[in-house]
Design a protein around this ligand. Structure first.
Ligand code: PEP
Ligand code: MG
Length: 759
């Protein structure tokens, strides 16, 4: 059964559109369990009806014509109860409705299972048989497994189907939307530009070409280079290979001939596709054919074809324009399968208005960077067929986490109104720069910023930041091809320290691992967020840690505004070891004649183990800073990078609020100052609660700083404390969120969180 299941899923995955997906399912399932009928009813949400969308065994003419209301028939019952219904003779059931024109009268046995994707009912998968018998347990188990596996593919195909309809630039009346999670609030409207990592065949977007002759020539050049490359590899390995293995290289070369793969690809280019897209299609089809074969040897050949495809793609990409040569249109909305910090640097900032990532979530580091740059961003738009949206117009709604592809003029107008409203609010905040973040009863709250790029510094100063509470030093490491030298690092750090002097600058030691990989220092783990991350990596590599600390200390020479902060600490031993290494670096530099002042040293509280040791840490360090992004993920056991569980990642969870309050009280018992540098501090409501809890400093992205300042200046400290007392006793995150929104509205701060959005 497992093998049958694997094959069906594979075939379904490769189907081109929704119709073919459904067709493959009904044919294959009918055959697999040797039954008379297999049908799929999909739920049409607008009409509240199940439509018969595909069948094997019922009258084909009824497909697309026959439908039932949501509370009608046994199909309706399966949907309502969200569980399988298995009947010996359906006609004897009280809910039975005969569907005219389908020819189902002669069938008795009935088994229907719901098709559910992420809690959403998509439809019902049904098998029927002439005999009066109950489907047995293994058949029922097969159907449930099949339906669970296919739900995602159907959801994706439904979404893709609507893209196919609109990619010929006709307007979509229903304003087809794709759901994701917000990475950075704000609205953007503009054409999509798809960016893919190099040599990723699956990610190649569909594009049309005008100059077919030139495209064929480009492809032929790439083909010639691949041929030469394969011959070279074959020659260099000749002595080490057996003759049958050597022959494989000849097979490869033959596959590239004009009457084989090469010819097929050229035909697609002549039909108007660009070379990379044609390559993707042809290779995809061949890989599909080979992987369906029963013979394991032939099945393996799919890998060879894929490899060949990747090689050709590499040459095509090398011969094509480099990213820096691509002319980005005005108002570019950058779309990627997995947005990386490096990609953000590729598009000229004056052209970039929005970002969409199929993977990742609002707490991924790419999203955090986007927020610091103030670019509306959507993450985890998992159903978006991103390779097919190149050049299409997009509305990106960073408030509700939705994207509309090729939207109607009416919708564009509504969102243009939202953009105008946003501009008004921002213009109203501009005068705040020189004013302190002081409550109406005179309580002063220092507002610092989080930085990573050098561009952040100017923005931060422009918005009146009083210090840097978190400089993510891994960002300059991530946008390079190798570890920066001590001198390189020193120069980069100096810019941050100098720009802010005499105000404090908190530099976090390298925090790689998790979702922050370095291409030149790969870490492959099954559970990266529970693995080798942050301080664990750098203490295992004192040579990397010491170079970084020396660079920081040298950069602060004469400025003396450096604070060093340790990420992902879980035990006192890590703090002691780090302090020993920092002392070693200070001493070493002094011996070399540098004039080094002892920096302040702090730890981040990011994991539950650290929460319960705050006092111990506080006795050893100069300051504590809470990383609420990671703390939320580890307290709630929700991967901050996983869009599937993004709705469970709730910073206003009662457990998170309790932990945040506990940390401040504990640290203050040791008279140590506590700041917070997680994203919660950048939310006006979060900032009010944190101030009331007693946090000494709030550090946030520069984009949100004026909004937070406006909120704090609009409330008294006493009122903030009363709000906290009200909120901290609520036991449900949704109720907390609702109470916060309504209180903020009452205080006249509602417009800070969200403008008036279209319905
Ligand atoms: C945090 O975890 O809250 C934090 C500030 O660090 P980062 O988001 O870089 O992991
Ligand atoms: Mg962190």
């Amino acid at each position: 059964m497992l093998e049958t299941l694997r094959k069906i899923v594979q075939e379904v995955n490769a189907a081109a559109d929704l119709e073919s997906v459904l067709d493959v399912i009904v044919r294959r399932v009918q055959r697999a369990i040797r039954t008379d009928v297999c049908s799929i009813y999909l739920l049409d949400r607008q009409r509240e009806r199940y439509m018969l969308m595909a069948t094997q065994g019922l009258n084909q003419k009824s497909v697309g014509r026959v439908s039932l209301s949501v509370d009608e028939g046994i199909v309706g019952l399966v949907g309502q109860r969200a569980e399988p219904i298995n009947l010996e003779d359906a006609a004897t059931h009280s809910a039975f409705t005969y569907l005219k024109g389908t020819g189902e009268k002669k069938f008795h046995a009935f088994l229907g299972v719901p098709i559910i994707h992420h809690r959403t009912l998509l439809g019902v998968l049904v098998v029927q048989q002439k005999l009066i018998r109950k489907f047995d347990e293994s058949e029922e188990a097969f159907m449930v497994t099949m339906s669970a596996q296919l739900a995602g593919v159907i959801a994706h195909a439904e979404a893709t189907g609507s893209i196919l309809q609109i990619s010929d630039h006709t307007k979509n009346e229903a304003d087809r939307k794709f759901e994701g999670v917000s990475g950075c609030i704000g609205v953007a409207i503009g054409p999509a530009v798809v960016m893919t990592p190099l040599a990723d065949l699956d990610g190649v977007p569909d594009r049309k070409v005008d100059d077919i002759k030139a495209e064929v020539a480009t492809f032929k050049r790439a083909l010639a280079q691949v041929r030469r490359d394969i011959k070279r590899v074959g020659r260099s390995l000749a002595k080490r290979l057996r003759s049958e293995e050597r022959e494989l290289f000849d097979v490869y070369i033959r596959m590239l001939d004009d009457n084989a793969l090469g010819g097929e690809i050229i035909a697609r280019i002549k039909a108007g596709s660009w070379a990379q897209g044609a390559l993707k299609q042809v290779i995809g089809e061949h890989v599909q054919q080979f992987s369906m074969m029963d013979d394991p040897y032939l099945r393996e050949r799919a890998t060879d074809i894929k490899d060949l495809g990747r090689r050709m793609l590499t040459f095509l990409q090398e011969s094509g324009p480099s990213l820096s040569e691509i002319v980005f249109p005005e108002n570019t909305i950058l779309v990627a399968d997995e947005l990386t910090p490096a990609m953000l640097g590729e598009v000229p900032t004056e052209k970039l208005v929005g970002l969409i990532s199929v993977h990742g979530s609002g707490n991924s580091h790419a999203a955090i960077l986007a927020r610091s740059m103030g670019i509306p961003t959507l993450m985890g738009v998992v159903d978006l067929p991103y390779t097919r949206v190149e050049g299409l117009n997009v509305i990106l709604d960073g408030y509700s986490g939705r994207a509309f592809i090729n939207p109607s003029d009416d919708l564009i107008q509504c969102y243009q109104e939202v953009i105008r409203e946003e501009d008004e609010v921002n213009a109203g905040l501009e005068g705040l720069k020189e004013l302190p973040a002081e409550t109406t009863d005179g309580y002063r709250m220092p507002l610092w910023v989080n930085t990573g790029l050098i561009a952040d510094v100017a923005r931060a100063l422009d918005r009146g930041a009083e210090g840097i509470g978190l400089y993510r030093t891994e960002i300059p490491f991530m946008i390079r091809d190798f570890f920066p030298s001590e001198q390189d690092q020193m120069e980069t750090y100096r810019k941050q320290l100098e720009a802010f002097a005499p105000r404090p600058v908190t530099m976090r030691t390298l925090d790689i691992g998790g979702d922050k990989p370095l291409s030149y220092f790969p870490i492959k783990e099954d559970n990266p967020f529970l693995g080798w991350r942050g301080i664990r990596v750098t203490l295992d590599h004192p040579e990397i840690f010491l170079v970084q600390i020396r660079a920081m200390l040298r950069a602060a020479e004469g400025l003396d505004n450096l604070r060093i902060m340790l990420p992902m600490v879980t035990s006192v031993r890590e703090v002691d070891e780090s302090k020993r290494l920092i002392a070693q670096a200070v001493e070493g530099l002094r011996e070399e004649g540098h004039n080094i002042t002892q920096p302040l040293i702090g730890v981040m509280i990011e994991v539950p183990a650290a929460v319960y040791q705050v006092r111990r840490f506080a006795r050893r360090v100069d300051f504590i800073s809470v990383g609420s992004n990671d703390l939320t993920q580890y307290l709630l056991a929700v991967d901050r990078n996983n869009p599937r569980v993004a709705d469970l990642y709730v910073p206003y969870h009662p457990a998170v609020l309790k932990a945040l309050q506990f940390i401040v009280l504990e640290a203050h018992k040791e008279n140590v100052s506590v700041s917070i540098c997680g994203e919660m501090a950048a939310d006006p409501a979060g900032a009010i609660l944190l101030m009331a809890m007693g946090y000494d400093v709030l550090s946030m992205n520069a984009t949100n700083l004026p909004k937070v300042k406006f909120a704090l200046r609009g409330i008294s400290f006493e009122r903030a404390k009363a709000l906290l007392s009200e909120i901290i006793v609520i036991g449900d995150a949704d109720k907390i969120q609702a109470a916060l929104s309504s209180r903020l509205k009452e205080m006249g701060l509602g417009q800070l969180t969200q403008p008036t959005m279209p319905d």
